[in-house]
Every structure is written in C-alpha cells, then in structure tokens.
Design a protein around this ligand. Structure first.
Ligand code: SF4
Length: 295
C-alpha cells in the first residue's frame, strides 16, 4: 500500500483508539483508585467511570461526548520520506475520523464558526521532533475542553523556586475544583518561556503513569500527588476518592530573570494513542498493542 495512505489510515485509527480506549496505564490507575476507595459517593463515581470505559470499548463509542481538540505529536526520522506532506495527511485523517468514528466537531474559528470537521486554522496542532532513523512516530492527543479550561500558566519570580511551583500548583487545583472532571492527571512544565512551559506540561501528560522523573524532580512529583490529594476534591468533586492520580514534570532551562510554570490538567479521560510507521510501511502500535476496533 502507498505510504501516504498507510500514514493517513494509521492517524485515523489513532484518533479512533484514543477516543474509545484509554491507554492501559491510565485505565489501570483508575481501576486501582476504585479498588482502594472506600464505599461511598467517590467509589460510586469511580464505578461509573469504569463502567463507562467498558461500555465505550464494547459499543465502540467515544468515552466522552467531548472528543477534544486534536493535536498530533510526531517524531520524524531523518530518513523518513513525505516530511512536507505530513501536516496535510494528518489534517485529512482528522476530517475522515470526525466523519467515521464519529468525533464531535470541536474546532471553532476565532472570528467565525465551528468548521464542523475538527480542522481549521492551525488545527490539528502538529508538533514535530526530528530524530534519527527511518520511521515516523505519531501520537494522537485529543484534549477535552473541561480540563483545558482550568489549566494555568504563570511567570513566577525565580526566587520562589520549587516552593513557588508547589504553591502555584495547589492554587491551580483549588481554582479547578471539580470543573475539570477529577481525578486529575497533571502535567507540569517548568522553565523555557511562556510557550515552552505549556508545551512541556502537555508533553508531560504523555509520559506513562507512574514513571517518575529522575532525582529531585521525581520526589517533587510524589510530593505534588500527596499534597493534591490532601485537598479532598475527590472523584468528580465528591470529596471522596483521589483528587490527583498522577503528576509528571518536564523542565527546560530558564532565563535568569524568569521562572515560567504551566499546570496542564487532564480529566480522568486522559486520551492519547501512539504508533510507529516504518519507511517500509510496517505499522507498530505502541500504546494500544493488539487492540483492534475494526469498522
Ligand atoms: S473534562 Fe474530560 S470527562 Fe469531563 S466532559 Fe471534558 S473530556 Fe469529558
């Protein structure tokens, strides 16, 4: 099969998989939370979430009515062809997935209306990392509006250091409350500039749950999970069950005068899906191995 068609079909399938089946580490974190939550309203909400996850798989329907705004994160090998055509191919895949899955149209032009296709000005958003090799790695990352609405970015005074980061995280969680459908997965980006810290925080959400950053940052992640859960916002705001299931931090060097920090929330429905397409046309699914949804 022609490589362009393979990429388009793979991207379309990744959008379908991400809308319908959570990555296994995300589902496990939710199931573990259900097991350790005592009887009560929090457990009832977690049970509803798990029933929903199972129903979505059985019925092959999206996990949530809000199927998100579409981003793709790519790793493009220097020996992989079709580079200049990738954005067009991914845009076509998004239009087809919107029609066929179907996905809710979520792309609204800033001075216009809903395009109806999930594509429009700069959407799908495509982030490209160049790498060695002859493969293309595609991650589809649709993100819902509820948790996006409570995400925050702030330029801290560098003197505040990691204590300032922790305080900003807690303030962001208090501000979010239950509005972003907790329990939350949280990506934290520290450093770079305004745009860099937000991209880092979004990328942090793609790290498998439970894989800690090295050294002091890993300890900070654990401290943030513990501190977040002391707030007792709870599953869907019930005050019971976990508030935060995971925190992942990514960093970049900062300007001496700046400490930019982004706190990007994901609701319990942290959806993404990754596959690798070789130059030969061979496709390997990485996050959703062996899961076939068919048509
Ligand atoms: S925040 Fe998440 S679970 Fe809640 S409505 Fe949006 S996509 Fe769905």
């Amino acid at each position: 099969m022609e490589l362009e068609k393979i990429i388009r079909d793979t991207a379309k399938n990744l959008l379908k998989l991400s809308a319908i089946v959570l990555p296994p580490t995300v589902e496990k974190a939710l199931r573990d939370a259900y097991e350790r939550t005592p009887e009560g309203p929090g457990k009832v909400q977690l049970k509803a979430i798990i029933d929903n996850i199972e129903a979505a798989k059985r019925l092959k329907k999206p996990i949530c009515q809000d199927t998100g705004v579409v981003s793709f994160y790519l790793k493009v090998g220097d020996d992989f062809p079709l580079k200049s055509g990738l954005k067009r191919i991914l845009t076509e895949a998004t239009v087809e997935a919107t029609r066929e899955v179907p996905l809710r149209p979520n792309a609204v032009e800033i001075l216009g209306s809903n395009t109806g296709t999930n594509v429009g000005t700069n959407i799908p958003w495509v982030v490209i990392e160049l790498t060695e090799g002859d493969y293309l790695e595609i991650t589809a990352f649709p993100k819902g509006g509820g948790s996006t609405n409570v995400s925050q970015v702030k330029m801290l005074s560098p003197g505040l250091g990691m204590k300032g980061v922790l305080t900003f995280y807690i303030d962001s969680l208090l501000n979010a409350g239950a509005a972003g459908c907790p329990p939350y997965f949280v990506g934290v980006g520290i450093g770079g500039g305004e745009n860099v810290c937000v991209e880092l925080a979004k990328k942090a959400l793609l790290r498998p749950i439970g894989v800690r950053a090295e050294g002091e940052l890993g300890k900070l992640e654990e401290k943030m999970i513990e501190a977040g859960n002391l707030l007792k916002i709870g599953a869907m705001g019930t005050g019971e069950g976990p508030t935060v299931l995971n925190v992942s931090i990514e960093t970049a060097c900062r300007h001496p005068a700046s400490l930019p920090v982004a706190i990007v929330f994901s609701c319990w429905a942290l959806r993404y899906s990754t596959a690798r397409v070789a130059k030969s046309g061979e496709v390997e699914y990485l996050t959703h191995r062996g899961i076939v949804l068919g048509t």
